[in-house]
Structure formats: structure tokens, C-alpha cells
Design a protein around this ligand. Structure first.
Ligand SMILES: [Fe+2]
Length: 458
């Protein structure tokens, strides 16, 4: 047995294992370094180290691959081999990993929360629960998982600032922006390298339409996150969304080319940033050239994974925008086969919501706006369940609004955009609102909305 830097006992037979595990956790906190290599080195050298393969497999799942990934399957088998000799906490971790790999992220999140009820300082459990709830869009659980253990923490413990950063993101996703911003800024004060806390504050600023604050916040912290390989692309994405709204299109294209499109094929979350940003540019009327074709080869490895609906919707969109019709048909055959063959929560979400969304996004990409609206609108209220954040899922709502406007279903578009524009001072929303008002015969309202959009843009 060894003891980690938070006082938790874990199975290990070599002193180097503890150092390897702690270094991997340190790197995981700041989304940099090589936590996988550290864990693997420790696990290969120490057959008693039960958490090594377990955390490796979890990290792969959280990066966006599914349990069918051969590396995840291998790590699950190796984790199971170590289960019997492990302590009860480690066994619970291995069971939660197995549940997550089986497409049951919500249940896995609850299993990690159960570990936290007994071991509130188990940062690995806290991070895993956080990631699992995020992947299924369960924002209240995301918030409550951290809120439940925060009273057991204080600044004397390692990772306290990071826990605040996670709490900030939970509060942001439940729309409690004031608490989220305060907590996130405090987390960054304690630990400037905490790019997840930087990210939580960026979310608040984006959701509130505070684009100049958002640009200033990310430009002002870039030195702390520009080398954080797992999150930097996504933070560039957040900055780009604000820059698009600010009309700084050339800078966004440069950011895409220099910092976002350089991900590798296993970084699925970063691939989604690529596709999402290209669509957000196009929705703003920007020509993106050959960039869709550049990202297609990296997506192809994930055609049969169906890890979550959020990923599949980006994949379908990308294939359709790149004109890859045969591959798109192949993707839908694979998705249908997955839905037929599986019987888990992820399959249910894909069957109820994800598949229609994929068809809708592909239709939009091909310019078939009526089909896009027909497929997306009925599932729009359930899209939260496919995973991703509120800010990321806005892409689907914006696509739906454009599809409704372009197929002249102005009343439906108005219903979605009216309240949203009232709450968020974004010029693009006010332009969409103007178009919807004009189409529904509210000429004066349209003129006023267009004028307000111009004021907001300046
Ligand atoms: Fe984000």
C-alpha cells in the first residue's frame, strides 16, 4: 500500500508508483504533459497498481472515444485483473470505469459520487464524476458533485483551487453565473495554471454575451493555457466565438489554422472544436475554404464509435459539409446498427435524440433547410442530454434558427430567438431576431431590432 498526496491509500508495491501517480494527477489537473505515459510506466512496472490502467481508460473515454475502443477495452481488462487484490475504494473506481465504458456515464458519475461520500478528498473520483456528468449534459449533478465535497476541503489541501474551478463550471452550466464567475476567478487567483477555471469564467462571459470581457479574459490569461495540450484548442475556440461576434474574422481564421486544426485524430473533443468553429464561421457568413476537407481524415477513425450523440452530430455535419456522401451513408448505417445492437443509456439517447440531430445537421450542411428544421426542431428541447456544454450546444440552436429562417418558417424562428436575444446582447442574435420579425410582418420591430444589432456591434 502507498498513500497519495491527499492521504488516500492505494495499492502499489514500488515507491516510484506513488510519484508516477501523483505526477499524472498533477498533469491531469492542468491538461498538459503526458499523464497516460506516466500511468502506463507505473502500471507496467508495478502489478499491484490498480488505479493506473483504470485512470488511463477513463481519460480515453473523457477525451471522447467509446468503450469499444481497443485501448479502452484492454485497459478495462487489465483493471479487472487487479480488482481482487485492490482495496474497496479502488474496486469502486474499477467498477465505475467499467460502467462508463459500457455507455452508462450517468450511472458511472453516481458511482464516483458514492466514492466521494466516503472519501471526499479523492480527486480522481471528483474529476471522473465531473467528466462523466459533463458527457451526458447533467448540469445539476455536475454542480452538486463538487458542492457536496467542498465543505471537506480548504486551501491547505493540494488541488483545492482546481476543485473550485470545477465547482465554477458546474454553477455556470446550471445558469448560476454570478456564483460561477466569483468561484472561477478565485480559483485562477489561487492557481493561475488552472485552465479549467479559466474556461469556466470564459463560459460565463460567453453565455452572458459579454464578448469584450470574454476576449480580454482569454487574451489576458493565454500565457497560462497556450501550452495545455488537452484544453488549449478549446480555449482558442471560446475566444474565437467571441471574436466572430466582434467581427474579427481574419483573426479567427488565423487561430483556426495555427492553434485549433493542429489536433491529432484521438483528440475527439478538439476535433469537435474544429467542426464547430467552421460551422459558427459559416453561420456568420464567412467562407472557410478547404478547411472542412482538412478535418475529415481525422474524423474517419471515429465513424463506428458513437461515444455520445454530441460527437456524432459533429461527425455527420463534417462529412456532409465536405461532400463525403458515401461516408455519410456509411456513418448512418453504423449508427443505425449501434442503436439496434446496444441496450444502454447512450443508445437510448442516440435513438431518441442523437440520430435525428445527426440527420438534421447533415441536411443543413447540404442546404436542405426544410429537412434540417423538421429533424432538429422536434428534438431541440432534449439536446442537452447528448453531452457537451450549453455554450457548445448553442451551435444546434443557431443552426435550427437559420434553418427555420431560410425555409421561411419565421414564426417558429421568432419563438426561439425572441427570448434569447432579450437575455443576451449578441449582435448576431438581434440580426436573426430582426429577420424573424420582418418575416412575421412586424416591420417596425424588425427595424428596431436591426438598429439595436448595429449598436451592439459597435
Ligand atoms: Fe467550453
Amino acid at each position: 500500500m502507498a498513500t497519495d498526496n491527499l492521504g488516500l491509500e492505494f495499492s502499489a508495491s514500488r515507491p516510484e508508483t506513488a510519484a508516477g501517480f501523483e505526477a499524472a494527477m498533477d498533469e491531469y489537473m492542468v491538461f498538459t504533459g503526458e499523464p497516460m505515459h506516466r500511468l502506463k510506466d507505473a502500471a507496467v512496472a508495478d502489478p499491484e497498481f490498480a488505479l493506473g490502467y483504470c485512470l488511463m481508460g477513463c481519460l480515453r473515454l473523457f477525451a471522447g472515444v467509446s468503450g469499444s475502443n481497443p485501448q479502452v477495452a484492454g485497459e478495462l481488462a487489465l483493471s479487472r485483473d487487479r480488482r481482487e487484490a485492490a482495496n474497496p475504494r479502488e474496486r469502486a473506481h474499477i467498477d465505475a470505469f467499467e460502467t462508463a465504458a459500457g455507455g452508462e456515464m450517468s450511472k458511472a458519475g453516481a458511482m464516483w459520487d458514492a466514492i466521494l461520500a466516503d472519501h471526499p478528498h479523492d480527486m480522481m473520483a471528483a474529476k471522473c464524476a465531473h467528466e462523466a456528468y459533463f458527457l451526458v449534459g447533467e448540469s445539476a449533478n455536475l454542480r452538486d458533485s463538487v458542492a457536496a465535497i467542498l465543505p471537506a476541503w480548504d486551501e491547505s489541501l493540494p488541488y483545492y483551487g482546481f476543485l473550485l474551478g470545477m465547482g465554477a463550471f458546474g454553477y455556470e452550466e446550471t445558469g448560476e453565473y454570478e456564483v460561477a464567475e466569483e468561484m472561477g476567478r478565485r480559483a485562477v487567483e489561487i492557481e493561475p495554471a488552472d485552465c479549467w477555471a479559466v474556461h469556466a469564467v470564459a463560459h460565463v462571459l460567453q453565455m452572458q454575451g459579454r464578448r469584450r470581457d470574454g476576449i480580454g479574459w482569454l487574451d489576458g490569461t493565454v500565457r497560462h493555457w497556450r501550452d495545455k495540450m488537452w484544453l488549449k484548442g478549446h480555449l482558442w475556440w471560446h475566444l474565437s466565438i467571441q471574436l466572430i461576434e466582434d467581427g474579427q474574422i481574419d483573426r479567427v481564421l488565423q487561430i483556426f489554422d495555427d492553434y485549433i486544426s493542429d489536433c491529432d485524430e484521438d483528440q475527439v473533443t478538439r476535433l469537435m472544436d474544429c467542426s464547430s468553429l467552421l460551422l459558427r464561421l459559416e453561420l456568420a457568413g464567412v467562407e472557410v475554404g478547404e478547411r472542412w476537407h482538412q478535418v475529415v481524415p481525422k474524423w474517419l477513425k471515429h465513424m463506428d464509435e458513437h461515444a455520445i450523440g454530441f460527437t456524432d452530430a459533429h461527425l455527420a455535419l463534417t462529412l456532409a459539409r465536405a461532400g463525403e456522401d458515401d461516408r455519410l451513408a456509411e456513418f448512418f448505417r453504423s449508427l443505425n446498427a449501434y442503436i439496434e445492437a446496444q441496450d444502454n443509456t447512450n443508445q437510448g439517447i442516440l435513438a431518441r435524440t442523437g440520430r435525428d440531430l445527426c440527420h438534421g445537421m447533415a441536411a443543413f450542411a447540404r442546404g436542405d433547410y426544410t429537412t434540417a428544421a423538421d429533424r432538429i426542431h422536434p428534438v431541440h428541447d432534449d439536446i442537452w442530454n447528448i453531452g457537451g456544454s450549453n455554450a457548445q450546444r448553442q451551435m444546434f440552436t443557431l443552426t435550427l434558427v437559420k434553418a427555420l429562417l431560410r425555409s421561411e418558417r419565421f414564426a417558429e424562428a421568432l419563438q426561439i430567438v425572441e427570448l434569447w436575444a432579450t437575455e443576451v446582447p449578441a449582435p448576431s442574435l438581434w440580426r436573426d431576431l430582426a429577420e424573424a420579425l420582418e418575416g412575421t410582418g412586424h416591420a417596425d420591430g424588425a427595424v428596431a431590432a436591426r438598429r439595436h444589432a448595429t449598436e451592439l456591434a459597435n
